[in-house]
Design a protein around this ligand. Structure first.
Ligand SMILES: [Zn+2]
Length: 439
């Protein structure tokens, strides 16, 4: 309870600071606000005074509360004793998922060189278009609007069960809150997701922000048992291994998430066995950073990833899986981590795993079309990936897929959600401020 009380105290203190005009060296904030208008934009507005001088410069700084990066926006001002400025953050361009917590403050300078840094204010970018109900337990909050309280409780129960399983398996729990927004259908959910990226998405995870967005109709227990544990696995692993220097191999991340689904994707094991017989298994090494763009190859990547993680669990046990997570948390390179923990290199692990599968009996088919994603698809450094890039290509090749695809869509989307979205958001925020300024 203590952290909660502290937090409440902090909120009250912040409230007091906001009620009283903030002064520093002759510069004062008369009013400061941010009006969210999900999913279109957030409008920031400031009125400030420097009665004995002239205000000559105003900057708005904002960023994800959970992140470290802040976007700085230089706002044009006409020098004067009193200035009113505003800035519109277009969240269709710089996408923010529902529930994103933002922090913002202002830097105000007068002609005499006095500078006021206003106290940070917080804003949650909620989606008020739906009458959300919510339930929380153990750092998880589920939010839903269609379906009764029992549905909400079922969602929460599935989340808690997933957290229990993950605690046993990888020895980690959520240390930061996660909010799971459950839209009633795909159409509602798409309206809350990034434009042009939503034709095929069944759910998305924004690990860096602690947000999961999914579409689950009330009483669709299959989807509850599939989506909730899968996405929570990504969140727990991301929190457990967060460090600025190294990452978790994609096959480990997606394999663990797929393994944790209470409702398994049933045909994946057969898919792996058939690929083994046909001699077209993908080298484990090639699944570290991104998955192929070809539909069948992408699905095979997920299936192989789950199979390899389950091979590690079965062969080495949970303690070794936990040791791997610890190694990744310390930014240990994959090759080193596997060698230290399992006594095998990536290739040796791959070979040991393949030895458990049926032998090759057919000649490998000739594959057509692109087999490898562009190298920066899921792993690129923040400075080189435009926000829209990762999703557009996936949407292209997924367009016109058969009806079973929604069953696997969550898995597919997770690659983007986990690998890039959080980073992209931070970068997007940083870039957006410069591009979208208003006077
Ligand atoms: Zn996933």
């Amino acid at each position: 309870m203590k952290p909660l009380l502290l937090r409440l105290a902090a909120v009250l203190l912040l409230g007091l600071l906001l009620v009283a005009p903030v002064r520093a060296q002759g510069v004062q904030v008369v009013s400061s606000e941010a009006k969210p208008n999900f999913p279109a934009n957030i409008k920031f507005a400031l009125v400030a005074e420097a009665p004995a001088s002239q205000i000559v410069a105003v900057q708005l700084l904002y960023g994800a509360t959970r992140g470290e990066a802040m976007t700085v926006v230089d706002l044009p001002v006409t020098a004067g004793a009193r200035v009113a400025v505003q800035h519109t953050l277009d969240t269709q361009v710089s996408y923010l998922p529902p529930g994103t917590a933002l922090t913002y403050h202002w830097l105000i300078r007068d002609a005499a060189g006095n500078e006021l840094d206003s106290p940070p204010q917080e804003l949650r970018y909620d989606d008020p278009r739906f009458p959300w109900k919510e339930r929380s337990q153990r750092n998880v909050t589920v939010l839903w609007y269609q379906g009764n309280d029992a549905f909400g409780q079922t969602l929460l129960d599935a989340a808690i069960k997933a957290l229990d399983a993950l605690k046993v398996e990888i020895g980690a729990e959520l240390t930061l809150p996660v909010r799971i927004y459950v839209y009633a259908d795909l159409q509602d959910m798409r309206s809350a997701l990034e434009p042009n990226s939503t034709e095929w998405v069944g759910g998305q995870a924004f690990s860096g922000l602690g947000i999961i967005v999914g579409a689950i109709a009330p009483d669709n227990t299959t989807e509850i048992q599939r989506l909730i544990p899968h996405e929570l696995s990504h969140q727990v692993l991301a929190q457990a291994t967060e460090n600025p220097y190294g990452g978790v191999p994609l096959w480990f991340n997606e394999g663990l998430a797929a393994h944790n689904q209470v409702r398994r994707d049933a045909d994946w094991d057969a898919m792996v066995e058939q690929a083994a017989q046909q001699g077209r298994l993908i080298p484990l090494e090639a699944l570290a950073a991104n998955f192929p763009t070809d539909t069948d190859q992408a699905l095979l990547s997920y299936a192989q990833s789950r199979n390899v993680v389950e091979f590690i669990l079965k062969t080495y046990g949970e303690a070794k899986l936990q040791a791997l997570v610890t190694a990744f948390a310390q930014a240990t390179p994959v090759e080193t981590a596997l060698t230290q923990v399992l006594g095998r290199t990536v290739d040796e692990l791959d070979a040991a795993w393949r030895a458990t599968l049926p032998p090759q009996t057919e000649t490998p088919p000739v594959l057509t079309g692109p087999q490898t994603a562009p190298p920066d698809r899921f792993t690129a450094a923040p400075t080189v990936v435009p926000t829209a890039t990762p999703t557009t290509d996936w949407a292209d090749w997924l367009a016109g897929l058969p009806a079973w695809v929604p069953l696997t869509a969550t898995g597919l989307c997770c690659v983007i959600g986990v690998g890039v979205a959080g980073t992209l958001l931070l970068v997007g925020l940083r870039l957006a401020g410069v591009d979208k300024r208003t006077s």
